[in-house]
Write a protein that binds this ligand. Structure first.
Ligand code: NAD
Length: 241
């Protein structure tokens, strides 16, 4: 896809007027960093596993098949060497220019922070944080990377990633803050998300501002009428700003 000059101009106009823009994104933001998403052509949901990925990434599966969970998680969900792409970098730049108030992400990879974004709300947690299910002790990602099988705490408890698995509730404080930021935003940029995962996808309903810009490869699951929709790779689109 080539980025049209007219699109770039329109985006610049919208963003120039924004002071409290919010970016709401998902796994598609990180595919250009080499991290597969779930629902694209080459996403994890199109690959064949012994169990469907939704089941492996569920709370029940974690408790009942912890070893198999970690096998999948280490192989498919952990990309500690991935680097921010042009989309992450452009969003960090918009924040430092005073245009963007926050990034609200469904991603768990920490790439927005790596790119320099300061206000990042992680709806689904982060692979970089882990805790012991018995004593609560915190562990960095290195603990998971350096161990084999099920990682254990010094107390013997199982270490669990601070990632929101299917069947688990989202952090209420992060949700409340996200609702506040989206409700107060003048521009909402949505990118790299199929808008299939709830309750996260429902947050965009709280937007009351003037402009919605959607940047995605293919239309997301929601009705895109009345929004400024750019069908393209988000790194290329935001990188051309
Ligand atoms: P999804 O896989 O359902 O949808 C991704 C969307 O992004 C698709 O519509 C796809 O066409 C689009 N896309 C892919 N690459 C793109 C690109 N370069 N530019 C623009 N659009 C692109 O992902 P989702 O909506 O975020 O929901 C699934 C869940 O996946 C989330 O809860 C998230 O936690 C989890 N997840 C996160 C990561 C990560 O942290 N990087 C990776 C995989 C899955």
């Amino acid at each position: 896809m080539s980025v049209r000059a007219e699109d770039v101009q329109n985006r610049r106009q919208i963003l120039k007027r924004s002071r409290r823009a919010v970016f709401f994104g998902g796994a598609g933001v990180s595919t250009e960093s080499g991290i597969p998403d779930f629902r694209s052509q080459d996403g994890l949901y199109r690959q064949k596993y012994k169990y469907p990925p939704e089941r492996i990434l569920s709370h029940t599966f974690f408790l009942e098949h912890t070893e198999e969970f970690y096998e999948f998680y280490r192989e498919k969900m952990l990309c500690p060497d991935a680097q921010p792409n042009a989309a992450h970098i452009a969003l960090a730049g918009l924040e430092s220019e005073g245009v963007l108030a926050a990034v609200i992400t469904q991603n768990i990879d920490g790439l927005h922070q790596k790119a320099g974004s300061k206000t990042v709300l992680e709806l689904h947690g982060s692979v970089w944080r882990n805790h012991c299910m018995r004593c609560g002790m915190s562990y960095p990602l290195q603990r998971i990377l350096k161990t084999k099988g099920v990682p254990r705490c010094a107390c013997g408890g199982v270490v669990k990633p601070d990632v929101v698995l299917y069947e688990e509730p989202l952090d209420q404080a992060v949700l409340d803050r996200s609702v506040g930021l989206i409700g107060a935003a003048d521009t909402l940029i949505i990118g790299g998300t199929s808008l299939n995962v709830y309750p996260a996808a429902g947050l965009i309903e709280f937007f009351r501002g003037a402009n919605v810009v959607v940047i995605n490869r293919g239309a997301p699951a929601k009705d895109m009428r009345g929004v400024y929709f750019i069908d393209g790779k988000i790194g290329e689109v935001l990188g051309a700003l």
